[in-house]
Design a binder for this molecule. Sequence first.
Ligand code: GDP
Length: 428
Amino acid sequence: MAVAVGRPASDDLRNLSLSGHVGFDSLPDQLVNKSTSQGFCFNILCVGETGIGKSTLMDTLFNTKFESEPATHNEPGVRLKARSYELQESNVRLKLTIVDTVGFGDQINKDDSYKPIVEYIDAQFEAYLQEELKIKRSLFNYHDTRIHACLYFIAPTGHSLKSLDLVTMKKLDSKVNIIPIIAKADTIAKNELHKFKSKIMSELVSNGVQIYQFPTDEETVAEINATMSVHLPFAVVGSTEEVKIGNKMAKARQYPWGVVQVENENHCDFVKLREMLIRVNMEDLREQTHTRHYELYRRCKLEEMGFKDTDPDSKPFSLQETYEAKRNEFLGELQKKEDEMRQMFVMRVKEKEAELKEAEKDLHEKFDHLKRTHQEEKKKVEDKKKELEEELNNFQKKKAAAQLLQSQAQQAGSQQTKKDKDKKKWPE
Ligand code: GDP
């Protein structure tokens, strides 16, 4: 008998009642136990100017002292510094990574300040994607460094957001869960703070910046998340200093005119931030990072690499088909390149041949010309030689005639002298 293999249509699902306890109601407990034994990863990115209170707030949030040395304002550019810690509360282990933006806002030209941050976030996504694409994956014990929450520290100016803030948040909003916070909120008056908060929120909306929305779809957290959203951006104060208030010690900042208590909700929104970031929405932040931001990165990256789920006719396209299509495309391109190169080679050879022929022709012409001039020169020299020989002959002839004349003259001379002598001997 043939058995249909595949997914049952939803109409095929029937509700059945159990006649006794089976035990799969312990599945959530099994999940909790497994997750607890594995431990959790949570990664926070703090974006804000140097000295705005990032390190202090982290120390205050986690009730500890993370190692951090104050940065100078002389950094040539923005650089990200990540530090990981193991924390334990009850039996839950948390691998926490805090990433600081060193030198943010310290340069005269801040046009590229967002780039190292974007690059860092993408690099963490890329590392995860590479692990996922490996044949031998080990995502089970993979140290996930993807950023789950980005705390954006806004300076307590009371005016509006700086363009650097808007540009940076806009560049980050599709990559990370942004939670905007007003830093050092003790330095701003209460009525100004109210206006400042609504100004910031309206600026974010008008510039299309998407910040992290506290989830309201789950019953248990819907109410608290809905009420907390109204207080965004949280105005926070950080301090690890303990001050005696009444008969209790509390974290606070002490001023000549009074004390600002960090955990007093009338003084600032620190508790709201801690509730939202850690106690209520930590898992949602992790999930959103994986299902929204990482998914977007992964999709773009895989599409860039040529993978797709459907063919042009919207029919499902398997990985094998993608591979084949990509391989054929690659081979086609290779063949095209090879043909192009061959054609180019033939063309070059022809060009070179023509060049050589031209050069040969030139050489021949030069040779003929030289030959001609040589013959002309030779003829000239021969003519000259003939002329000179004739001159020499004439000269020889003249010389012989002259010598003859001279000897004749001498002979005539000597006969005359003899006659004269004879005359003297025998006078007549
Ligand atoms: P970072 O460079 O952003 O990490 O800033 P730090 O945490 O090192 O803080 C810089 C200075 O600001 C320190 O002197 C802190 O004591 C002070 N500071 C931190 N948080 C607050 C705050 O909430 N209010 C006020 N007034 N000062 C703060």
